[in-house]
Design a binder for this molecule. Structure first.
Ligand code: HEM
Length: 423
C-alpha cells in the first residue's frame, strides 16, 4: 500500500537509497551523496571506477583520525590487491618509477628525514620573498585577456599561474618553462590527450629534472633545487633519485591543486554574489582580513582535493565502527569531512568571514600540505587581483553546462568561461 514498505514500516521513516557514486551527476555535485554517506554509512566500502575496492571515510572526526593514524601507510606496497589487478589500479606508486619514491608514498622514518630536508629549503621566508613574482605573473596573465572582455579562466589563468610559479621556485630557467607547461598539461590530460602522450611527457620531465639537478649540483643558485642539494650536504644525504622525486612531487602536488583552488574559488564566488560583493568592498578598502579567511573558506567549501591520497591498513583496525582488514585501501574524503554539520555550523553555506574553520583541505598529520603557504599566496593574489582588475567579472555559461574533470583525487572544472567589461 502507498505509504508503507513491504515490511510494513512507514516510508517517512525509511532512509533514501544509497546514492550512486562516480557518475556524471556525482562529478558535478558530489555533496548530496557525501551527506548521505556521512549520515548512514560514514565508513563506506565501494568499488572505484578502476575496479579497486576501497573504504571511503566521510565524517570529520573519523577523517582527522585516519589522516594521523600511523597504522595507515602511504606506501602502496602495503596494498593487498589481487595479482591480476597489479599495475592497473591507478594507484601511482605501483608504477615503481624512480620519481615515485616521494613524500606522499612513504612513511616515517624515511618520510621524516625527507620532509625535514625539504622544509629547510622550502621555508615560509622563501615563499614570502616570492610574493612580488606571483603578483607579476598574475598581472601578466590577466593582461593577456583583459582587453578582450571574455576568457576561459582555467586555460588562460588558473592553469598557467601555478606551473610558472613552481618552475620559478624550483629554478627552471624561464626559457624552459613553456615546455614544462605543455608536459604538465598533458599529464593532467587537460586537453584529453592520448595515454602515450602522458607517458612521453613523464619521460621528458624526468629526463629534464635529472639534467637540471645535475647542473644545480655543479652551479648552485638561490632556487629551491639548489637549496635541497645544500640542505642535504649538512649531514643528511639526499640521493639523486630522491632529489628528482622531490622536485616532481613539488610540481605535481602544487600544480593541479592550485589550478583548482583558483577555478573552484572563482566559481564559488560568482555563484554567491552577496559574499563576492563583501569581498570586493573589503579589497577596495585595502583590507586583507576577509581575503585571508575567505580563501580558507573556499578550500573548505569546495576545495581542490576531494579525496586525500591513498592509505593502506598495515594491521586490522576499527574506524567509525567498521573493521578494516590488513592491506585494505582507505580514502579519506576531505570534501565530505569539510561539510560535516557535527563540526561546521551551516556547512553548506559559503561564509568568507567564517572563524573556527579548521578544515582538512590541506590534510592533517605528518603529510599536512608542505606547500600551504605558497598555495595561500597564489590563491589570495589570484582572487584579489581578478576581482580588483575585472570588477564586473561574471560567469559566461549555464552552470548546468559546466564540465568537471572526473579524476578520483581532485575536484576541478575543465573550463570556466567568464565575461567582463574590457579593461
Ligand atoms: C600534501 C592539499 C598546494 C606540496 C598535501 C595534502 C593535501 C594537500 C590534502 C595531503 C595529502 C594526504 O595526506 O594524502 C593541497 C591544496 C593545495 C596544495 C588544497 C592548493 C590549494 C600545494 C603546493 C605545493 C604542495 C603549492 C608545493 C609547491 C605538497 C607536498 C605534499 C602535499 C609536497 C606532501 C607532503 C608530505 O607528504 O609530507 N597537499 N596542496 N601543495 N602538498 Fe599540497
Amino acid at each position: 500500500a502507498p505509504g508503507s514498505t513491504p515490511a510494513g514500516c512507514p516510508v517517512s521513516g525509511a532512509a533514501a537509497p544509497a546514492p550512486e557514486l562516480f557518475t556524471w551527476e556525482f562529478a558535478t555535485d558530489p555533496y548530496p551523496a557525501y551527506a548521505w554517506l556521512r549520515e548512514h554509512e560514514p565508513v563506506h566500502r565501494t568499488r572505484l571506477p578502476s575496479g579497486v575496492e576501497a573504504w571511503l571515510v566521510t565524517r570529520y572526526g573519523d577523517a582527522r583520525q585516519a589522516l594521523a593514524d600511523q597504522r595507515l601507510s602511504k606506501n602502496p606496497a602495503h596494498h593487498d590487491e589481487p595479482a591480476h589487478a597489479k599495475g592497473k589500479t591507478g594507484i601511482p606508486g605501483e608504477r615503481k618509477a624512480e620519481l615515485m619514491t616521494h613524500l606522499l608514498n612513504i612513511d616515517p622514518p624515511d618520510h621524516t628525514r625527507l620532509r625535514r630536508l625539504v622544509s629547510k629549503a622550502f621555508t615560509p621566508r622563501r615563499v614570502a620573498e616570492f610574493a612580488p613574482r606571483v603578483q607579476e605573473l598574475t598581472d601578466r596573465l590577466i593582461d593577456g585577456f583583459a582587453a578582450r572582455g571574455s576568457a576561459d579562466l582555467i586555460h588562460e589563468f588558473a592553469f598557467p599561474l601555478p606551473i610558472y610559479a613552481i618552475c620559478d621556485l624550483l629554478g627552471v630557467p624561464r626559457e624552459d618553462q613553456d615546455d614544462f607547461r605543455d608536459w604538465a598539461g598533458m599529464m593532467i590530460r587537460h586537453g584529453g590527450g592520448p595515454r602515450g602522450g602522458v607517458a612521453r611527457s613523464v619521460k621528458k620531465m624526468r629526463g629534464y629534472l635529472a639534467e637540471l639537478i645535475h647542473r644545480k649540483r655543479a652551479e648552485p643558485g638561490e632556487d629551491l633545487i639548489s637549496g635541497l642539494i645544500r640542505a642535504s650536504d649538512h649531514g643528511e644525504h639526499l640521493t639523486g633519485n630522491e632529489a628528482a622525486a622531490m622536485a616532481f612531487i613539488l610540481l605535481f602536488a602544487g600544480f593541479e591543486t592550485t589550478v583548482n583552488l583558483i577555478g573552484n574559488g572563482v566559481y564559488a564566488l560568482l555563484r554567491n554574489p552577496g559574499q563576492r560583493a563583501r569581498l570586493q568592498e573589503s579589497l577596495a578598502a585595502g583590507e586583507q582580513g576577509l581575503l585571508e579567511t575567505g580563501v580558507e573558506e573556499l578550500l573548505r567549501y569546495d576545495g581542490p582535493v576531494e579525496l586525500a591520497t591513498w592509505r593502506f591498513a598495515t594491521e586490522p583496525l576499527t574506524l567509525g565502527g567498521q573493521r578494516i582488514a590488513t592491506g585494505d585501501p582507505v580514502l579519506v574524503v576531505l570534501a565530505a569531512a569539510d561539510r560535516d554539520p557535527e563540526r561546521f555550523d551551516r556547512p553548506d553555506t559559503l561564509d568568507l568571514a567564517r572563524r573556527d574553520n579548521q578544515h582538512l583541505g590541506y590534510g592533517h598529520g605528518v603529510h599536512y600540505c608542505l606547500g600551504a603557504p605558497l598555495a595561500r599566496l597564489e590563491g589570495q593574489t589570484a582572487l584579489a587581483t581578478l576581482l580588483t582588475r575585472l570588477p564586473d567579472l561574471r560567469l559566461d555559461a549555464d552552470p548546468a553546462e559546466l564540465r568537471w574533470r572526473g579524476g578520483l583525487i581532485m575536484r576541478g572544472l575543465r573550463q570556466l568561461p567568464v565575461a567582463f567589461t574590457p579593461a
